[in-house]
Design a protein around this ligand. Sequence first.
Ligand code: SF4
Length: 467
Amino acid sequence: MKKKVLFLRPYYGFNIHSDAHGELGMLQVSYDVYPDLTFLTAASVFSESGEYQVRVIDAAVENRMLPDELLKQLENDIYNLVILKTTGQTIHSDLKLLEAVRGLMPEADIKICGLAAKILKKWLTGNAPYISEVIEEPVDEYALRYVKNINNGFIHLPAPDYTLVNYKGYRDRAKGLRLTLTASRGCPMSCLYCPYKLYYEGYRTKSAEAVIGSMEKLMELEPDEIQFRDQYFSADKNLTKELLKGIIDRGIRTRIVCETRMESLDEEILQLMKDAGVGMICFGVESADAGVLSNYNSVKGDLRRVKELIDHAHLAGIETMAFYIVGFPEETWEMAGRTYELAEYLDTTYVHFNEYEHCRFVIGDAEYTPDLFLPFGNVTALDYPSVLNADEREYLAYIFELRYTMRASVQDSYRYRYKLFNEYKNAVGKLRPLATDLYRLSECVRDMRAAGSNDPDHNCCGPVSAV
Ligand code: SF4
């Protein structure tokens, strides 16, 4: 008889992008619902082998299934192996859930994965007896080792099998179906604020042919967009050109989104990107202050050249999104002001301002407890000296977001940012105290859903950021 394996990504009232931010996760204050690529690829490895009976519960796309409903479902559905993907935002609730799962399945092998689990490994090993193993590596590579005895196997990973989940729930804010894929993992750069460096070892690439094969498989599901989740999409220029030419030659037609370093591009690659269907390029600018960038080992190119390439991309019909970080420990209001001025000068289609996250975790530090993470919040409780206080840093991150949607209309900006942000704040105020009381949390979410049912905007784009 085949062994039964359950892959779990629970939902607690908030929309979490769990393979973002170095797989520490990021709570989305937006309508976007993202798949978790490593989680789904791991399930695909088990499923493809033919030796396991695999079930994947991604509760966000299972009608935002709440933890009490999930536990009810599992009462008569016993598994040999359970793997839960945790995040910094959900670790408190995830641990309670796994404790309850252990009660239902005393014989099961129960494992937890994600960067938050890796950071807390020492604490979990000593304090969470209901967990059999903390998976420290990306869970898809773990799956390959577990199932096929292949170590460090990124290049051998199969295409994610999206049919294992209700993939039609992975929607962007315009309700388009967005699936994700990766051609490489890791990054040859070494920025000290980068959480990916804590989780992905080295920099590895798949062959262009393997990536194109995976894209063709995804295209059978008719996505509106394929987003490459590579940290640095065009780090290997020759491979990038080969991949883009392959997409053009094979007639793969969909909107493609990628994240890279703008300074690695040139007019030739931009033309290939346009011809291959790249609709948006995302890239990090981070700060206007050269001293700050240098403090974090961040090497940026000539900004005039970056501006030229942005303008060139826009002329080719490719949108751009620039990421900035505000609230660096040494940052003053004046320094942040110059970063806003730089954002105006670069004039990308979209901007995204992230609050500085102190990513200097010492992996394996025995002192860390789950309280390192704030339930349903995007920053950790790590204490570090900073010129600006936490409220000022949060304010800085949101003050410029108006620019994100103002190109559409004030009304859209209100609906998309401020309404959602207020909704998120309201939900956090109610649900954070219940993070470890899963039954009361579930009830509270249901009450909030019922109270919002007369709001015409509620659920207008499928699952909302909160509740
Ligand atoms: S370039 Fe980007 S992905 Fe690479 S280390 Fe720096 S922040 Fe991380």
